[in-house]
Design a protein around this ligand. Structure first.
Ligand code: NAP
Ligand code: GDP
Length: 352
């Protein structure tokens, strides 16, 4: 069996865990990386150089190959598909920040919407069978009236990011039925890890908590503490992506824990992991989080971190993934907060 996979977005959080997952299963893994003025490969360095950043040995330098390319340059991606003939393509690349999608809506829609269509067109022209994973998102549901959401819930996105993902997901369905393409969308709810981008609220909180616990920062400024998310653990989600492409038939699956917690709960758990008990006072922009031992304010609220519109009631029902893929996520919400806070604190201490 040809175990060759191409990952777009290999330098991102999910791409790095997926590369580990596929290498451990014996795949030859090819990753698309875009040119940046500084190297942007810190999440996969440990896979490429023995004893890299994490000190862990390389899984296999020979079976992991990086190629320059960009979603804005689909000719380069077409060329790679012809040259490598991967049997599985995991399309994870794109502008992944919902809040920023209000600042850069055109790039967000180009990368998450039109580039996915371009990739589908490229796959349609191939003369070998290929299986395609598309990284869809719970943000497509926007502010649903009912919950938990499943594969039948209608899309009602409330931000440019969700609109672009809904466009691409529907196109995957069209290419599946019109051309028989093995295309699957993982409708993933938020999944986090110590490799999460630093401007997502979870990582911002755990990095802030680690710095405050180490005496390197005094206050962390956040937005809407009442926002709730169905937060899972990224390594468990990449396992589901792989399972989706091993199934008999292509389908879309909700990937979710089915539980939510608030930003306030997440922060409380992250700080508690590092020995700081928080007490919140007030509501809205007047709210603060204080250390119970010293009374010092460690969390403040600033209107600039509020969203123009913020999805509510996002919680997923992953019953289909459980039944068809035997996939059940185990690490949820506050447990994710604790493991991320511990990892950030340990990394900070070892760098000091
Ligand atoms: P991430 O950490 O932001 O990684 C995004 C990846 O896309 C990075 O490798 C980035 O490269 C690459 N990329 C962005 N624009 C590109 C372009 N024009 N050309 C080539 N590569 C480009 O995101 P993630 O958390 O791993 O998420 C992976 C995918 O799942 C994304 O599509 C995201 O929208 C989707 N998703 C994520 C979640 C979640 O909770 N994590 C939930 C639902 C859906 P650089 O390293 O160079 O920036
Ligand atoms: P998203 O679900 O993909 O938008 O992930 P984020 O981590 O960016 O945001 C999750 C929720 O946290 C959203 O409802 C935000 O409004 C809320 N939030 C509260 N404070 C902040 C903050 O300081 N930064 C970010 N990024 N989100 C915040």
């Amino acid at each position: 069996m040809n175990k060759t996979a191409l990952i777009t977005g290999i330098t991102g959080q999910d791409g790095s865990y997926l590369a580990e997952h596929l290498l451990a299963k014996g795949y030859a893994v090819h990753g698309l990386v875009r040119r940046a003025s500084m190297f942007n490969r810190s999440r996969i360095d440990h896979l490429r150089s023995p004893g890299g950043r994490t000190g862990r040995p390389s899984v296999s330098v020979e079976r992991l190959v990086l190629h320059y390319g960009d979603l804005a340059d689909l000719t380069s991606v077409r060329r790679l598909l012809r040259k490598l003939a991967p049997r599985e393509v995991y399309h994870l690349a794109g502008q992944s920040h919902v809040g920023l999608s209000f600042e850069i809506p055109e790039v967000t829609c180009q990368e998450n919407g039109m580039a996915t269509l371009g990739l589908l067109e490229a796959l349609r022209d191939l003369d070998y069978p290929v299986r395609f994973y598309h990284a869809a998102s719970s943000e497509m549901f926007g502010s649903p009236r009912s919950g938990p959401q499943n594969e039948q819930t209608s899309f009602n996105p409330v931000n440019p990011y969700g609109c672009a993902k809904a466009f691409a997901t529907q196109l995957c369905r069209v290419y599946r039925s019109a051309y028989g393409l093995f295309a699957c969308s993982g409708i993933a709810y938020n999944h986090e890890s110590p490799r999460r981008g630093e401007n997502f609220v979870t990582r911002k909180i755990t990095l802030g908590a680690a710095r405050i616990a180490a005496g390197k920062q005094s206050v962390l400024t956040l937005g809407n503490l009442d926002a709730r998310r169905d937060w899972g653990y990224a390594p468990e989600y990449v396992a589901a992506m792989w399972r989706m492409l091993q199934a008999k038939a292509p389908a879309d699956y909700v990937l979710a824990t089915g539980k939510t917690c608030s930003v306030r709960d997440f922060a409380t758990a992250a700080f508690a992991e590092l020995g700081i008990k928080l007490k919140f006072s007030g509501r809205g922009t007047a709210e603060t989080g204080r250390r119970t031992d010293t009374g010092a304010i460690v969390i403040r609220i600033a209107p600039r971190f509020y969203r123009a519109t913020d999805p509510s009631h996002l919680v997923g029902n992953a019953a289909l993934a459980k039944k068809a893929l035997n996939w059940t996520p185990k690490v949820t919400g506050t447990a994710v907060a604790r493991l991320m806070a511990r990892a950030d604190y340990d990394a900070l201490m070892s760098a000091m």
